[in-house]
Design a protein around this ligand. Structure first.
Ligand code: NAD
Length: 437
C-alpha cells in the first residue's frame, strides 16, 4: 500500500518505519526541514530501541522516504496517516487542534482518487467530523473517508509495540474505509485483536484508556503515602493487589507521578471534553491535581533529607519521563528539578539517553555528568527519578566512597534498600519507612 504519514515524531517515525518493514511504500512528511534533512541524510531524529537498525534497513530498501512537501506525500497515497502533535492548549488545557486542522487543510488539495485519512494523533471526540468538513470545504470533489486509528504504543517500546500490539482499534463509519485498514493490518491477522467501532467510540477509547492508566498510577501513589504513615510496604501491597486478575500487576509502581507527552495532556483534555458536555469526571480531576502536587511533594522530601546541610549538592539520576526514551516532555524529573531550582539547589544530573533533550529544557541551570559515578562525586544526596535499569546496578560501595554524605531518595524504588543500608546510607524510597543503618 502507498502510505503518507504526516508528522515524524515519536508516533509518526516508528509507525512509518514499521509500515515500511511490512512492505508498504511509505513517505513521511514533516514541516520541520531540519528533521527531514537529518532523516534524508540517514540520521535518526529520536531514540527508540531497535528503531535505527530498522530505519536504515528500510531506507536502503527504498521502502521509506522523507519530504517536507505535502503534495509529494499525499497525491499518490492510498492512505494518509495524521500523526502530528495535539499539545494542551496553554489556557484551557483542552487538546490544541491547530496542527491537526492545519494538516487536514493542507492535505486536502492534493487528494487524488479514493483515499483514507486515518488519525493516529490523540484527538477529541468529533474530530473525524471536523476533518471531514475541513477537507470538503477545501476540496469539494475529494473522494475520501476519515478513520480514527488511535495509537497505543508505549514510548521506549515503540518498535516492539508496533509489531506486537495488544489490540488495533479502528473507528470507521464506512465499509470501504474499513477494508483499507483491514488490508493494512493483514500481517497481524490472527495475532492480535482488531476492534471495529464507530469513529466517535474509537476517539473516546484512546482518552478513556490513558485516563484510566493515569488514575491507576495516581491511586498507587496515594496508597504509597498511606503505607509511609502506617508501616506497610507498598511493594508488597502492590504485589498482593496485582495478583488479582481483575486488577493486574501493571501500572502499580509508585513513583514521582505520571508524566510524558500523553498522560498529563490527555487527562486534562478528557476533563475539558467532559465539562463541555456537562459531565463531571471526579476521578480524573482528582488524579490531575494529585499528580501536579506529587512533584512538589518529591522535591520537598529531597530537601528534607538535606535540610541540615549548607548548600547541599544533589545528584539526580534520570531525566527522561521514563526509561527507554530520550523524551523529557512533562517528565516528573524535570518538574522535581524545577521545584528544587526554585530553592536554588545545586544539581548535577545524569541520564543514559536524555541528556540532549534535557539540556534543551534546562540549559545551564544544572550541571551534567558523563556517567552515574561522575554524577555522584561529592554529592550530599543521591536522587533516583527515572527507572533506568542501569541505575539498579549502581555499585553502592563505590557510590558511598564518592559521595560527601550517604543519603538516598529513591523515587522509583529501584535501589536495593538492604544493600543501601549495609553500605551506610540513609535511604528513603516510596511507600516505605525511611531507613537508617
Ligand atoms: P511529536 O511532537 O513528537 O511529533 C509531531 C510531529 O508533527 C513534529 O515533528 C511536527 O513537526 C510535525 N507536524 C506538526 N504539524 C505538521 C504539519 N502540518 N505537517 C507536517 N508535519 C507536522 O508528537 P508525538 O509524540 O509523535 O505525538 C503525535 C500524536 O500522537 C499526539 O496526538 C499524541 O498524543 C499521540 N500519541 C503519542 C504517543 C507517544 O508515545 N508519544 C502515543 C500515542 C499517541
Amino acid at each position: 500500500m502507498k502510505v503518507g504519514i504526516i508528522g515524524t515524531g515519536y508516533v509518526g517515525l516508528p509507525t512509518g518505519v514499521g509500515l515500511a518493514e511490512l512492505g508498504n511504500e511509505v513517505i513521511c512528511i514533516d514541516r520541520e526541514p531540519q528533521k527531514i534533512e537529518a532523516l534524508k541524510a540517514g540520521k535518526i531524529t529520536l531514540y527508540e530501541e531497535g528503531l535505527e537498525e530498522l530505519f536504515r534497513k528500510n531506507v536502503a530498501a527504498g521502502r521509506i522516504r522523507f519530504t517536507t512537501s505535502m503534495r509529494e506525500g499525499v497525491e499518490n497515497a492510498d492512505l494518509v496517516i495524521i500523526a502530528v502533535g495535539t499539545p494542551p492548549h496553554p489556557v484551557t488545557k483542552e487538546a490544541d487542534m491547530k496542527y491537526v486542522h492545519a494538516a487536514a487543510t493542507e492535505l486536502a488539495a492534493y487528494l487524488k482518487g479514493y483515499t483514507v485519512i486515518a488519525t493516529k494523533s490523540t484527538v477529541p471526540v468529533g474530530t473525524g467530523d471536523d476533518i471531514e468538513a475541513l477537507i470538503n470545504n477545501k476540496n469539494p470533489f475529494a473522494d475520501f473517508d476519515v478513520v480514527s486509528l488511535p495509537e497505543f504504543l508505549r514510548e521506549g517500546f515503540a518498535v516492539y509495540d508496533f509489531f506486537h500490539p495488544d489490540r488495533i482499534v479502528v473507528g470507521a463509519n464506512t465499509e470501504k474505509a474499513r477494508s483499507v485498514i483491514k488490508e493494512l493490518y493483514k500481517p497481524f491477522e490472527g495475532k492480535t485483536k482488531m476492534l471495529f467501532v464507530q469513529r466517535r467510540s474509537s476517539e473516546t477509547i484512546k482518552y478513556a484508556s490513558n485516563a484510566f492508566l493515569a488514575m491507576k498510577i495516581h491511586y498507587i501513589n496515594e496508597m504509597a503515602n498511606f503505607c509511609e504513615k502506617t508501616g506497610a510496604d507498598i511493594t508488597e501491597v502492590a504485589q498482593g493487589m496485582g495478583l488479582d486478575n481483575r486488577i493486574g500487576p501493571k501500572f502499580l509502581n509508585p513513583g514521582p507521578g505520571y508524566g510524558g507527552s500523553c498522560f498529563p495532556k490527555d487527562t486534562m483534555a478528557m476533563s475539558y471534553m467532559a465539562r463541555q458536555n456537562g459531565v463531571e469526571m471526579t476521578l480524573i480531576n482528582a488524579a490531575i491535581t494529585g499528580n501536579i502536587r506529587r512533584k512538589q511533594e518529591m522535591a520537598d522530601r529531597i530537601l528534607e533529607m538535606v535540610k541540615n546541610i549548607e548548600n547541599p549538592k544533589i545528584a539526580v539520576l534520570g531525566l527522561a519521563f521514563k526509561d527507554g526514551t530520550d523524551d523529557c516532555r512533562e517528565s516528573p524529573a524535570m518538574e522535581v528539578i524545577r521545584h528544587l531550582l526554585e530553592k536554588e539547589a545545586n544539581i548535577t544530573a545524569y541520564d543514559p539517553k536524555a541528556m540532549g533533550t534535557a539540556c534543551q529544557l534546562l540549559g545551564d541551570k544544572i550541571s551534567y555528568a558523563d556517567d552515574m559515578y561522575g554524577c555522584l562525586k561529592e554529592a550530599d544526596v543521591l536522587v533516583v527519578l527515572t527507572e533506568w535499569k542501569e541505575f539498579k546496578n549502581l555499585d553502592l560501595a563505590q557510590a558511598a566512597l564518592l559521595m560527601n554524605r550517604k543519603n538516598i531518595v529513591d523515587c522509583r524504588n529501584l535501589i536495593d534498600m538492604d544493600e543501601a543500608i549495609k553500605n551506610g546510607f540513609r535511604y528513603q524510597g516510596i511507600g516505605r519507612k525511611v531507613l537508617d543503618n
